[in-house]
Design a protein around this ligand. Structure first.
Ligand code: GH3
Ligand code: MG
Ligand code: MG
Ligand code: MG
Ligand code: MG
Length: 319
């Protein structure tokens, strides 16, 4: 995208990364420095309903991924200016956010030397390989096989990482994020807060409206939480009718404001169950990470504060 750009262009550009309107067969990041070859490959992918996302260097490819471009497969030219294909593959395979994405290495080198390059590419983490010039049939066959593999992995990841009912992260993932951000926080002095949210008298909701209606309420609760936090914050279903939020880079005071916003929104929301409006309230315990804290004490402080909020009469927040 080149400045100055129109609003619509920006929108299209962003949409291209996050959706694949019309390109239902998958999304491939094409890392190829030759403009002509990048264009040719992109054209070939589009022919098969695959969305190409072009990068002209390894650095650009990494940047696009970090910015949230989600792709099913990476076509990686080995001979690139700047970071080589080997280095790019290594970097991707060392990063748990990207290490599952299949990479197809490409080179034009032939014979002994070409085989040596292919071997080094596999050693660097590349999953598959194409040697130029390749037949278009082989090209599509490899692309499709790798996209298929990626889709399976994406599905498994979703099942392992997300809560089935609310599609928020599950407790396991919350612990992973806690580990990661507690470390960052200690290294960079990034402030960190944790909210433990528990629905008040939820047993009564189940008893009055049935378990299935209870599930609908849990889904609505997840939406309320998502609507009141930033994209960079991390929400999870901690268990049962308990949710938690990890708030990144935020003062304890601001964390309390977020908690209060969620509490207030919950109280105000009419949840429609079988044509009937139900209202629920929540109690929230807030904690802020200090130098002395480990993850367990960080969580326990929020839990203790939650307990106090319940004791004090529910529908309130405690720090
Ligand atoms: P408190 O204000 O003290 O938190 O009261 P409470 O009734 O919310 O707390 P309690 O721990 O006694 O009950 C929690 C209830 O949440 C009991 C359980 O059946 C219900 N629950 C847990 N998981 C689910 C779920 O996945 N779906 C539904 N519908 N209910 C659930
Ligand atoms: Mg090249
Ligand atoms: Mg509970
Ligand atoms: Mg309880
Ligand atoms: Mg409860």
């Amino acid at each position: 995208l080149k400045k100055p750009f129109k609003q619509g262009e920006l929108y299209d550009y962003i949409k291209m990364f996050f959706k694949s309107d019309g390109f239902s067969a998958g999304r491939v990041l094409v890392v190829e420095d030759s403009k002509l070859q990048n264009k040719t490959i992109s054209h070939q992918l589009k022919e098969k309903n695959i969305l190409p996302i072009s990068a002209y260097s390894g650095e650009e490819a990494l940047r696009l991924l970090l910015e949230g471009a989600n792709v099913d497969t990476i076509l990686l030219d080995i001979n690139l200016p700047g970071a080589s294909g080997f280095e790019v593959a290594k970097a991707l395979k060392e990063d748990s956010r990207f290490n599952w994405i299949p990479i197809i290495g490409i080179t034009a080198t032939k014979d002994e030397e070409g085989i040596e390059i292919m071997k080094n590419a596999f050693d660097s983490g590349v999953d598959d390989f194409l040697t130029k010039p390749y037949s278009i049939v082989e090209f599509y066959a490899r692309i499709k096989a790798n996209i298929h593999r990626a889709k399976l992995i994406e599905q498994l990841k979703e099942e392992a990482e997300l809560d089935f009912l609310t599609k928020l992260y599950n407790r396991r993932l919350m612990f992973r994020f806690l580990q990661h951000h507690a470390q960052l926080s200690k290294r960079n002095g990034e402030a960190l807060s944790f909210l433990m949210i528990d629905i008040d008298k939820f047993k009564t909701v189940n008893d009055t409206y049935g378990h299935q209606s209870g599930d609908e309420v849990l889904k609505e609760m997840a939406n309320i939480i998502k609507e009141n936090i930033r994209k960079s914050d991390i929400a999870c279903r901690f268990g049962g009718e308990e949710f938690s939020v990890l708030l990144i880079n935020i003062s304890p005071q601001d964390a309390c404001s977020v908690a209060e916003k969620i509490r207030n929104a919950t109280e105000k929301t009419a949840i429609s169950i079988n044509g009937q409006d139900i209202h629920i309230t929540i109690s929230i315990g807030v904690s802020s990470l200090t130098d002395k804290d480990d993850i367990n004490s960080f969580i326990k402080k929020a839990d203790d504060a939650l307990y106090k909020a319940k004791e004090a009469g529910r529908n309130r927040i405690f720090l």
